[in-house]
Write a protein that binds this ligand. Structure first.
Ligand code: GLV
Ligand code: GLV
Length: 324
């Protein structure tokens, strides 16, 4: 009996190869780099046993209803799972695969790149070279904040937060703080990171790195109240999910000089409209959600998502199953 799967986007070849080599599976795909229209998604999942989806698709009750009772496995090409209606999925006995661990290094690396680009004002400097603003070597020009002797606060010391701290330590960071729902002594030991309340993290960090997952608890956590406690010289970096931040409050904090700069790899919405106020600010560096975007990592993610899907459909243990 052939298992029917639907793939919602063009994905790296590695994953498709895994699926097409499986003798017990037939693949239907939205074979485009552009997002699948909702109508096509609902039609595509109908009657399928498995779904391989992206973080840009909301897998909600409407999609699950459209899929029908055959749907046994949802495999997302992401470590994040805030786009999946987990309660509803669990209720229907559907298993979920995701792609943790393998994208940790790439995402931590991008986070560090974004931090350096923001605190040392790289995009702004590049622009000045192009527009003639570079007239001479000026002692007071394009100064930023460096990592030496700094305090870094990490919101959510998980796999990625830990990998960021490991990379930042050699830059001379003096002190690491972190917050989360509970202390993680085994993760924190390597950096002697201190578990502190959110307020203390805001008050004492020179650089704030957001790496927590988006949940009802973390939604809007970085708001006016948080930004107004941060140092005026502090830099805010988010590489997790846009909705952890109240973006209007961040805009106000950047405009009013409550904080010095922000670097965002994630926004609400995505893509951010090109006329969005945040894009008019020189002290805000915005990237198009590219944390895991190395060739090697995306290839590995694709293969893992495909292997998760097949294992789940065969009733085997999945390489990376999300515990529901
Ligand atoms: C990227 O944001 C992911 O969740 O994999
Ligand atoms: C900088 O280039 C310096 O020589 O101080």
């Amino acid at each position: 009996l052939l298992m029917k799967v639907f793939v919602t986007r063009r994905i790296p070849q590695e994953g498709l190869a895994v699926l097409s080599q499986a003798a017990d599976c037939t693949v239907q795909q939205w074979d485009s780099d552009e997002p699948i229209p909702q109508k096509e998604l609902l039609a595509g999942v109908a009657g399928k046993d498995g779904l391989l989806c992206l973080l840009s698709e909301q897998i909600d009750r409407a999609v699950l209803d459209a899929a029908g009772p055959n749907l046994k496995v949802i495999s997302t090409l992401s470590v994040g799972f805030d786009h999946l209606a987990l309660e509803e999925i669990k209720k229907r006995g559907i298993r979920v695969g995701y792609t943790p661990d393998i994208l940790t290094d790439a995402t931590a690396e991008l986070s560090v790149a974004l931090l350096l680009a923001t605190c040392r004002r790289l995009p702004e400097s590049v622009e000045e070279v192009k527009n003639g603003g570079w007239t001479t070597w000026k002692p007071l020009w394009m100064c930023g904040y460096g990592l030496s002797n700094s305090t870094v606060g990490i919101l959510g010391l998980g796999r990625i937060g830990q990998a960021i701290a490991r990379r930042l330590k050699p830059f001379g960071v003096k002190r690491f703080l972190y917050t989360g729902c509970h202390p993680k002594p085994e993760m924190a030991a390597e950096f002697q990171a201190e578990f502190v309340p959110l307020t203390k993290l805001a008050e004492e960090s020179d650089f704030v790195m957001v790496t927590c997952s988006l949940t009802p608890d973390t939604k809007g956590m970085c708001n006016k109240n948080f930004f107004c406690k941060m140092k005026k010289t502090a830099v805010f970096i988010n590489t997790s999910r846009g909705a952890v931040v109240n973006q209007d409050d961040l805009y106000q904090a950047l405009v009013s000089g409550e904080i010095s700069a922000a670097g965002l790899d994630v926004t609400t919405p995505e893509p951010l409209p090109t006329d969005h106020p945040l894009l008019s600010l020189k002290n805000c560096v915005i990237l198009p959600h590219i944390g895991s975007a190395t060739y090697a990592t995306r290839n590995t993610m694709s293969a893992l998502a495909a292997n998760n899907l097949l294992a789940g459909l065969r009733g085997e243990s999945m390489p990376s199953e999300l515990k529901l």
